[in-house]
Design a protein around this ligand. Structure first.
Ligand SMILES: NC(=O)c1ccc[n+]([C@@H]2O[C@H](COP(=O)([O-])OP(=O)(O)OC[C@H]3O[C@@H](n4cnc5c(N)ncnc54)[C@H](OP(=O)(O)O)[C@@H]3O)[C@@H](O)[C@H]2O)c1
Length: 245
């Protein structure tokens, strides 16, 4: 798709991959709106990136999603790209009782329910534009789970599946459906429960953003970045072996 002149809403764009992507898209001449829960992070992002539009919103909350969408429709009716990027990652121990379950519910609401609802709510606006896209940010961990974060990995596997179905349903429309599959990237997510050497080897968020922009520009509908490509291709190869006939 063309990578200039778009109006892009990035959820969770106040930090990490979302903010790096917002910067890259601003540099390419796009209008970029980011949302998140922490007003201070959004204000800091706007201050260091003139032109960036920001909005406090909790995508896991139905009322907040409705407010966000009403504001987008009123203030940015030319919005043609939705990036479902907001995500959280929790360690969940199934033997830990009710407190663990609360973490699981929060992860499902943010990582899976929010993209489902936002996609559905934004679709009429996106479909009214001559070129539009929905970009879902999943994870290499959707293809090979880490057992210490079982719900996170399950939400990302579900987002992968959902993205395939959405792409099929929208195949006759102007709305392209992309999946971004990042590897381990330097950000606030997960850094405090990864070994130091793994954090040191993480991909910088700016490099991940550059790969996303290149993938969108090249119409690569499954943008698997760095080591995540390995996780995906091994599973795909195994699937092909198991389903030869
Ligand atoms: N970093 C990695 O290694 C990695 C690898 C694979 C996939 N990913 C995926 O990449 C995406 C971006 O993550 P990141 O690595 O850039 O981490 P990050 O820096 O923690 O960014 C996540 C963003 O989501 C926002 N967010 C969380 N819950 C939200 C909610 N309910 N409503 C609105 N915004 C919310 C956070 O802001 P607030 O807290 O202010 O709301 C934050 O800005 C996530 O979907 C993540 O799963 C990351």
């Amino acid at each position: 798709m063309k990578m200039t002149g778009n109006t892009v809403l990035i959820t969770g764009g106040g930090s990490g991959i979302g903010l790096a992507l917002a910067r890259a898209l601003l540099e390419r001449g796009n209008e970029v709106i980011v949302c998140g829960r922490r007003a201070d992070r959004l204000t800091a992002a706007r201050t260091s990136n003139p032109g960036l539009r920001v909005r406090v919103a909790d995508v896991a909350d139905a009322r907040s999603r409705a407010d966000l969408l009403a504001w987008i429709r009123d203030s940015f009716p030319r919005t043609n790209v939705l990036v479902n990027n907001a995500g959280i990652q929790r360690l969940v121990d199934f033997q830990g009782g009710a407190a663990e379950l609360a973490k699981a519910d929060e992860e499902i609401a943010t990582n899976l329910s929010a993209p489902i609802h936002l996609t559905s709510m934004m679709l009429p606006l996106l479909a009214s534009r001559s070129e539009a896209a929905i970009v879902n940010v999943s994870s290499g961990l959707g293809f090979a789970p880490l057992a210490q974060m079982p719900v996170y990995c399950a939400t990302k596997a579900a987002l992968h599946s959902l993205t395939m179905s959405l792409r099929h349903q929208l195949r006759e429309t102007h709305v392209k459906v992309f999946e971004v599959i990042p590897p381990i990237v330097t950000s606030e997510l997960g850094a405090n429960h990864r070994p130091a050497e793994v954090n040191r080897a993480a991909m910088p968020a700016e490099a991940a953003a550059a790969a996303i922009v290149a993938g969108l520009e090249g119409d690569d509908l499954e943008i698997a970045i760095g080591d995540a490509e390995n996780l995906r291709s091994k599973r795909d190869a195994l699937f092909a072996v198991m389903n030869r006939s």
